[in-house]
Design a binder for this molecule. Structure first.
Ligand code: PLP
Length: 451
């Protein structure tokens, strides 16, 4: 492989998502060639411990031949058919039924798409439709959180609360309202965490009352806010949000695109926090990232209206319920169940990882080490005893990320927070390796900063 030539072609022809493309072209992109378990290799032959599971998605680890075989079998038998013409395929049906079995409570109905972003677009439209066909077309406002992430389509990015995304393309679209997220480390002051959780949840009630409950269709939130820096809400937050949604008949949408399929050590993030959503977008871990697939999952109540009162559902994509993607998802879920991957992550890995993560929290550069199951963050700070931030936000995080790569470790940085989301199949020995590499990386980052 001619790496320099590939880098030249990449710089000339490929626009990378969420990148400063000019800077990347100057630096030269890293080309990945192979993966196995928790490791990936780049074209230069470097082996990297992937502590981020690709992009929060490779839950069963790289290189599972069974998934490739499931895709090949389905491609040979019937590579494609749609679900439009009063027909569908066996894997699509079986996957919908499997999701109904795994999803909590009465979430029993799936609408398939290709990604988490499209799942959120689907939800945005179908939730409004749900209220409209019941004679409540005014009940169409969505409440979401500042700095939340719900994808990159127009509705997904509007529901998300990322200012940089809103700044490109004139978002958000109308009638989407954002409230402050539950971020105790940055916002909680001297408050007890549980007390702060209630306060943060009640921001939702205030906004519902301000808008009028008859105008509010749904509240959407990630059980744990991932992209902004793994904000793990206090235990009190979600049950209070659920109470408020029920009180005002506002649908509760749990965006499970990251948390779904075992990330927290439970199958879904809502189970980790003990609340019951009405609607759940899922993607990523549904296929462990081996092939694109997303779904909008609905409760019996919502689906009954969409099925019976709504007439034709004027929504769908060529690849809604693609049989190859469904076959891969089924194989992924079969492996997860048969090998007890979620249970093992919860019982064997999460407690050990939490212990080692807390040790990293002792480092002089770390203001807070937070973790829930197999998702966590290290908040880097200039002045450990105080909850403060570096002035030029993002510079230290990028430095730390680059040093980690040099040390053979993939950690993502959001501003100056280092994010953790390893494959669920990580072993205790690999947790130790992660710890050693992360500790060395923190030391070298501190040294570069003269600390
Ligand atoms: N929702 C959440 C919580 C996410 O983290 C993401 C992606 O990271 C999305 C939605 C969008 O999913 P996708 O990138 O598959 O479109």
């Amino acid at each position: 492989m001619d790496i320099r030539e590939l880098q030249r072609l990449d710089a000339a022809h490929h626009l990378h998502p969420f990148n400063d493309n000019a800077a990347l072209a100057r630096r030269g992109t890293r080309i990945l060639t192979r993966g196995e378990g928790c490791y990936v290799w780049d074209a230069e032959g470097n082996r990297l411990l992937d502590a981020f599971a690709g992009l929060w998605c490779v839950n069963i680890g790289y290189g599972r031949r069974e998934l490739a075989e499931a895709a090949a079998r389905q491609m040979e038998q019937l590579a494609y058919y749609n679900s439009f013409f009063q027909c569908t395929t066996e894997p699509t049906i079986r996957l919908a039924a499997k999701l109904a079995e795994l999803a909590p409570g009465d979430i029993n109905h799936a609408f398939f798409v290709n990604s988490g972003s499209e799942a959120n677009d689907t939800i945005f439209r179908l939730v409004r439709h749900f209220w409209a066909v019941q004679g409540k077309p005014e009940k169409k406002a969505f409440i979401a959180r500042h700095n939340g992430y719900h994808g990159t389509t127009v509705a997904g990015a509007s529901l998300g609360g990322m200012k940089a995304m809103h700044g490109q393309g004139g978002l958000p679209i109308p009638d989407i309202h954002h409230i402050d997220p539950p971020y105790w480390f940055g916002d909680g002051g001297d408050m007890d965490e549980d007390e702060y959780g209630l306060l943060a949840a009640r921001r939702l009630e205030d906004r519902i009352l301000e808008l009028g409950p008859d105008r509010v269709a749904a509240f959407i939130g990630e059980p744990i806010m991932g992209a902004i820096g793994v904000y793990i809400p206090p235990r009190t937050y979600w049950p209070e949000v659920e109470r408020i949604c029920r009180k005002y008949d506002v649908l509760l949408v749990a965006d499970e695109v990251i948390c779904g399929f075992g990330r927290t050590g439970q199958w879904f993030g809502s189970q980790y926090f003990g609340f019951q959503p009405d609607v759940m977008p899922v993607a990523k871990g549904i296929t462990s990232g081996y092939i694109p697939l997303g779904a909008a999952l609905f409760s019996d109540r919502v689906a009954r209206v969409l099925r019976e009162a709504g007439g034709e559902l004027a929504h769908g994509a060529t690849y809604s319920g693609h049989p190859v993607c469904a076959a891969v998802a089924l194989e992924n879920l079969r492996i997860m169940e048969e090998e007890r991957i979620v249970e093992r992550a919860r019982e064997e890995i999460a407690p050990y990882l939490a212990r080692r993560w807390a040790e990293l929290g002792e480092h002089r550069l770390v203001g807070q080490a937070r973790i829930a199951g197999l998702v966590g963050a290290l908040e880097l700070v200039p002045d450990k005893p105080r909850r403060s931030f570096f002035p030029d936000r993002g510079r230290v995080g990028a430095l730390c990320r680059d040093i980690a790569l040099r040390n053979g470790l993939i950690l993502r940085a959001t501003w100056d927070t280092m994010l953790l989301s390893p494959p669920l199949v990580i072993t205790p020995g690999q947790v130790d390796e992660l710890f050693e590499k992360a500790w060395k990386t923190l030391n070298e980052t501190a040294a570069e900063l003269g600390k």
